[in-house]
Write a new protein. Structure first.
Length: 57
């Protein structure tokens, strides 16, 4: 039973990582769009969110 529990935790970690990577990719697209539109304030907010998701400050 403990093995199944640990295995489920590993699957959940992988899914969480995939979701985070997907969110980062979406944010990168939004960042590029904001820069093209010269919306630098929004671009900075998106940049900061990407850094936060990657584990940086």
């Amino acid at each position: 039973m403990d093995f199944v529990f640990i295995k489920n935790i590993e699957i959940n970690k992988t899914e969480a990582s995939d979701n985070k990577n997907s969110e980062i990719e979406t944010l990168k697209e939004k960042l590029n769009r904001a820069v093209k539109e010269e919306n630098y304030e929004e671009a900075a907010k998106i940049r900061d969110k990407i850094k936060e998701l990657k584990g940086g400050k």
